[in-house]
Structures are given as C-alpha cells and as structure tokens.
Design a protein around this ligand. Structure first.
Ligand code: PAF
Length: 282
C-alpha cells in the first residue's frame, strides 16, 4: 500500500493513475478504523480501479468542549487494516496540507441551513461547516471520481450530496448501510469509550429505533407518538436524549407527503459518550 502525507506526494500518484486511465475512489475517515470503515473500502473497490483512504482528525468539525483531543488515534492498526482490506493508498495529511494558511485563516464552507440546522446542527452548531470544509478540501487534494460514505452519519451524507451538487464537484457519492455489531449496536469509533455496562445499555438504542420503524410502518400518522415513546423509554434507562426524530429521508423535513421515504434518526448520551444512529422506515 502506498502512503502520502502532502499535496505533492498525493498528486504524484493520482496523476500517474489518471495517465493510465485508472479511476479513483476516496474513503474519507478520521481513523480508528472498524468494520464499518472497511466496508466502505470494499465498496470503493467495486466502484473504481484504485482506492484511497484518508485519515485526518479534522479539528474544524469539533466544537468547544467536544472530544477532539481525546478522539482515538490508532495509526498503526489502521494501516494494517487498510492494507488487508485492499486499499491502494493511505493519505494521512497534516494540518499544513489540509489547511495551508493555518486553520484560523483558511476559507470555510457554510453548510446549507435547511439540512444543517436541525438535529445534529442544533446539538453541534458549526459541525457540518467543518465537515463540508474538510471534505471539499480532501476532494480537491485527491481528485477522486467516486467518494464513499456511511449511512451511519445520515445527515452528513445528505449534506455531502448537496455540496457536490451545489458546487458541481464531478464526483459520484456512494453510500453504504450502517455496519452493526451482532447485537445491533451501530459500529462507531466512539464505542471504545463505552464502559462494559454502558456498552450493554447502548444496544438498547438500536432496539428502540427498530421499534419506532415498526410502529411508524404500522401507523404512519402516529410518527410523533412513536418519537415520544422512544424518548421516554430511552430516558427511563438513563440515557440523556438529544433527539429521536422521524424525518423525510430526502430533506429531513417532518413527514408529510404520503409514501415519501422516511428515516428515524437519534442521538443520545450514554455516560460520557454521545451515540448517533438512524434506520430506514420506508
Ligand atoms: O465521517 C467522518 O468520519 C468525518 O466526518 C469525515 C467525513 C471523514 C470528515 O472529517
């Protein structure tokens, strides 16, 4: 597996691939890779001749008091896992490559408020501005034909699709369903912060979301009741609930149109760890 850490190194490889008429897929990550990330790498392989995975813990998407400093960094095991999953190039840029004028003086994107303001946006103001800023920068550094993202961060996925359309990036976005542990817990780098008893409790989030899916499928008009029931159950088990929301899958608006695709999205705190998850309803 090749490795690159700066603009010159990545461009040298990607120009060479382009000269050979090889297509490239990018899998952006913040490292601490688990099976969910490796599923993205495998999906990327299906869509392009060469696969680049980036590892960069992006400071601009973390708010004050969030876990930027303690975000798990495991470069050695990540490298081994990527190599084994068939990644061709690991791009691990430093801040100077991603934000050349310095983080403070770099140009930033402002995420579309209709998609960015609700749900995660309410709990993490500015988060999606940072996500889109770094993803746009990675797109420009790597120049992929395809980029692969997980459905676990569903609001992020919608915003990246919107950015690609809005800014006319010539990049196809491919998404991959959430990978779960055998007990239903959505895989996440933050799961490693859960203590043993918290991990057992965290499984309940996916159970509750499955129940919301069933309730709304059976009786779509009572989606608000299903949200409230879910919040009450989660709170009774000691979770602090940021939101449980049934929304349209295309624009995150409240369900209105009969038959429009819907998802349930949730964020809760389990001890010190914030968990997010979502499931397709129809
Ligand atoms: O989903 C993530 O891991 C991050 O938000 C991303 C897309 C790599 C941007 O830093």
């Amino acid at each position: 597996m090749l490795q690159a850490v700066d603009l010159e190194q990545i461009r040298r490889v990607t120009r060479d691939w382009r000269r050979q008429a090889l297509t490239t897929a990018l899998v952006p990550t913040m490292g601490n890779l688990h099976e969910g990330h490796l599923a993205l790498v495998r999906k990327a392989r299906e869509h392009a001749d060469r696969v680049v995975a980036s590892i960069y813990v992006n400071p601009t998407q973390f708010g004050e008091g969030e876990d930027y400093g303690s975000y798990p960094r495991t470069p050695d095991t990540d490298r081994v896992a990527l190599e084994a999953s068939g990644c061709d190039l690991l791009f691990a840029p430093g801040h100077d490559t991603v934000y050349p004028p310095g983080i403070k003086n770099s140009i930033r994107l402002l995420a579309s408020p209709d998609l960015a303001a609700p749900l995660e946006g309410e709990c993490r103001p500015g988060h999606f501005d940072g996500v889109l800023t770094v993803v746009a920068r990675l797109f420009n550094l790597v120049g992929p034909d395809v980029a692969v993202f997980g459905e676990k961060d569903f609001q992020q996925l919608l915003l990246i699709r919107r950015m690609v359309e809005d800014l006319s990036f010539d990049i196809r976005i491919v998404s991959v369903p959430t990978v779960r542990e055998h007990n239903g817990l959505a895989m996440s780098s933050r799961n490693r912060f859960l203590r043993t008893e918290e991990k057992a409790a965290a499984v309940r989030l996916s159970t509750v979301l499955s129940d919301v899916v069933e309730q709304v499928r059976n009786d779509p008009s009572h989606w608000e009741q299903a949200e409230q029931d879910a919040v009450s159950r989660l709170e009774s088990w000691g979770f602090r609930v940021d939101y449980v929301a049934v929304r349209r899958s295309d624009n995150l608006a409240a369900p209105s149109k009969e038959g429009a695709p819907m998802r349930v999205l949730a964020a809760v705190r389990c001890g010190k760890t914030r968990l997010i998850d979502n499931m397709k309803i129809i």
